[in-house]
Design a protein around this ligand. Sequence first.
Ligand code: HEC
Length: 402
Amino acid sequence: MKRVITTAAVLSLAASFSLAGNIVEAVKVDSLDGFKCGNKLVKNIKWQDVVVYPQKTIQLNDKKANEINKNAKAKVVNVGALTDGKNVAIIVRWPDKTKDVFDCYCSDKYPDGFAVQFASSADNPEKLPYIGMGSDGRPVAIYIRKAYGKVFEPNGFGDVAHQVNPHNTNYFGKELKKFEEEAEKRGVGTYQKAFVSEGFRSMTEIKDNSVNYRTDMHYVDKRGLWGGTVIRPVKDDYAAPSKGEYAVSVAVWDGKELQRDGLKRLSGWIAVKMPGADNKELEKVVTEQVEGDVKKGKELAMTNCASCHRWSGAEMAPKYMAPGLYNIGGQATAAYIKESILDPSAVVVPGYNRNAHPNFSWYTVDDKGNRISTMPPFDYLKPEEIKDIVAYMQTLKAEVEK
Ligand code: HEC
């Protein structure tokens, strides 16, 4: 009997998260002033399980990191939201057995971290920005927080590129001590940044105080969990809700797995509902599972797509031909996959690292400056066939870590 109950409990857990999908309800609280992870307001949060998938669109130029992440699994994280009417807080809780903090200048040490991305607008849910980092004409606001210990930043602007390792100075004895004291005084323990982005080439840090936000990151040793919070105004120049809802996605970096930059785990779009919101179109887009013949879709994908793209079970194409589709089903909406097939130039994924393969680009630029995808439109396929391919693509995602 006991065994039956256990199985039933496991099943109902699995079902509750796959049915609810990526929809988070922001709970109204009196005030978010001073709110942090671990604060008593946390108990108001309605947590939603969200799966973050390894980003395998493009590989880093780092053999060791790529090897560690080769078979990386997806992780379940919890996402919640609170609002006091003025500000909105997105809270992420994710499992990570090791706490990796950047506190030295060792060459292959990377910190844990997380990011929350807001689509600037979700007015047209079928055309949400490229999930990686926004895309031309479809901007996003990204808030990044990394686990940083005290490090010396001589210019005081939190500019990581200018950090100086005291041991790389020519100071000795008293002078070194003085330098270290100064470093301690001016050391900035927080790495938090906000960006606006319409794709990799335009990822611009907002440094002019026009963005108002704060972040917090907190490790719970006993549970092997990170908690992270991003608080920003409900509405500003960078993002605002559409019919009361935002399209948000979350990413986490695991320093232990040498993750940084694009090498991270990323969710698909999540609808965050403010109190009283009603944006059924957005909720439909972020949860849509296309009904199609997955087996036929696979055959069609093998003949039409596998010459350029790679995914589990289809690794014939050279790595540089096109973005990896290993986790496309976990990160992209059905609407996005369909658009990619019918109109590849609508969103152009930034090209493969030209240093790695200088002669191959994923797009060309026409005389008006528009980027034209090297992927041909598959608009001659029958609507049924497109559906089958999309249904198959939605099955492409890494297994979830238990
Ligand atoms: C001639 C090579 C080629 C073929 C064939 C091809 N693609 Fe692509 N595909 C690309 C390139 C290059 C990109 C990146 C530029 C862009 O975004 O259009 C891309 C982008 C994509 C994206 C967006 C990926 C992302 O990470 O956002 C999807 C989805 C996609 N293709 C699906 C397909 C499907 C499904 C097929 C088969 C029906 C297919 N592709 C056939 C070259 C190809």
